[in-house]
Design a protein around this ligand. Structure first.
Ligand code: NAD
Ligand code: MG
Length: 390
């Protein structure tokens, strides 16, 4: 029986993963090791009971009594806190979904990788912050990382059976988010509700806002650079409002392989679940005649400076990715809290990187967890300072 764990089980990706596991027979077909979540412990307990998990872990200590009550009478063990989440990742499983949001997903993913097996990686932040560390850990342990971000799953699929030496470029698409056609002035006054209203994808709150600012695509550029180990100059972003083509790979003979699919994350999650084979996944089948038009346009780095900042991070590497992601997380917290305007997010990230680069604090490679965590913590402090300066 295949063993699985889901980190971030109660989130958008976690729920879709649970849905696929259940459709494939749930506890009859899979041995569930660990499920983790946040404050929604009622849902976490429900999932843990259904899949007969060994352990359910909430990120929040104060939620432990409620989780314990909800699982009373079952065989599911309970725990709480980020240390407990990392310990749960130390319980070996054949297939692990990394779907915690933010840098908090790094340690559990890294810990799981050390046991080998397959890491289905939705948590793009871990590649952005610590790409070299993650990839080296996977190589050392003989583990496989299968990307779950839709664009990266698409590239991964387009590259199957291809010679990496013949890859000329990788193009990841972007829907452009809710502000795709907005003027700079209108974006400057964007509200939280407007920012979370993604036109095509249903996702967690944070990634939805990152899509509106294109910080999500910025993270994905860096993710592409780290995962596929390709020269940043060969990575492009293409705005594609329909979100049907997820990525394209251009080869040395001028041919391009494009990956198409409905905007439903269960495709990429299902691909990772069935890897190295393919299996049936219950997503809508595309009717291209009905869709009729697929359109493409160049991204606008003036209105969406996150893309320009990502280019700098890809060039500089070192600990820039860790600082970029951490500063972005703080800026996003401030926007969600209503203390800054939408365009301030990019200003805070840029200013944080400038200040840290000036002190030469980001030059070391992202190959030790301590260095990554230190850069992450300092970027959070500095970003908070910049945010306060107004
Ligand atoms: P979400 O907010 O819906 O869910 C996040 C999950 O992580 C929840 O279970 C939450 O309880 C848990 N969590 C949050 N903070 C935590 C912390 N500090 N410690 C431990 N657990 C914590 O997010 P999501 O949309 O499912 O995204 C998850 C990850 O997948 C992100 O890295 C995101 O960038 C990536 N991703 C998501 C989508 C999507 O369609 N939702 C697509 C591509 C990539
Ligand atoms: Mg994506």
């Amino acid at each position: 029986m295949r063993s699985i764990s889901i980190f971030g089980a109660t989130g958008s990706i976690g729920e879709s993963t649970f849905d696929l596991i259940r459709r494939q027979g749930g506890a009859e077909r899979f041995r569930t090791v660990a499920l983790t979540g946040g404050r929604n412990v009622a849902r976490l307990a429900e999932m843990a009971r259904e899949l007969r998990a060994e352990i359910a872990v909430t990120a929040h200590e104060e939620c432990l009594p409620v989780l314990r009550d909800a699982l009373a009478g079952s065989d599911v063990a309970v725990a709480a806190g980020s240390k407990a989440i990392a310990e749960a990742a130390d319980r070996p499983a054949d297939w692990v979904m990394s779907a915690i949001v933010g840098a908090a997903g790094l340690l559990p993913g890294l810990t799981a990788l050390r046991h080998g097996g397959t890491l289905a990686l939705a948590n793009k932040e871990s590649l952005v912050a610590a790409g070299p560390l993650l990839m080296q850990t996977a190589r050392d342990a003989g583990a496989t990382i299968v990307p779950v971000d839709s664009e990266h799953s698409a590239v991964f699929q387009a590259l199957l059976g291809e010679d990496p030496a013949c890859v000329e470029r990788i193009i990841i698409t972007a829907s452009g988010g809710p502000f795709r056609d907005w003027s700079e002035e209108r974006i400057a006054a964007a509200t939280l509700n407007e920012a979370v209203a993604h036109p095509n994808w249903s996702m967690g709150q944070r990634i939805s806002i990152d899509s509106a600012s294109m910080f999500n695509k910025a993270l994905e550029l860096i993710e592409t650079r780290e995962f596929f180990d390709i020269d940043p100059a060969r990575i492009e972003v293409l705005v594609h409002p329909q979100s049907i083509v997820h990525a394209l790979v251009g080869f040395c003979d001028g041919g391009i392989m494009a990956h198409l699919g409905p905007p439903d994350m269960r495709h990429a999650i299902g691909f990772a679940l069935h890897w190295p084979g393919r299996g049936s996944v219950p997503v809508e089948r595309l009717n291209l005649a009905k869709i009729a038009n697929l359109s493409f346009q160049a991204p606008d780095e003036q209105r969406f400076p996150a893309l320009r900042l990502a280019r700098g991070v890809m060039e500089a590497r070192g600990l820039f990715g860790a600082a970029f992601n951490a500063a972005k997380e703080i800026a996003l917290d401030h926007f969600i809290a209503g203390t800054i305007a939408f365009p301030r997010m990019a200003v805070i990230v840029e200013e944080t990187l400038t200040r840290m680069a000036g002190r030469n604090a980001l030059a070391r490679p992202a190959s030790s967890l301590d260095d990554v965590m230190e850069a992450d913590a300092e970027a959070r402090r500095r970003a908070a300072e910049v945010a306060k300066e107004g």
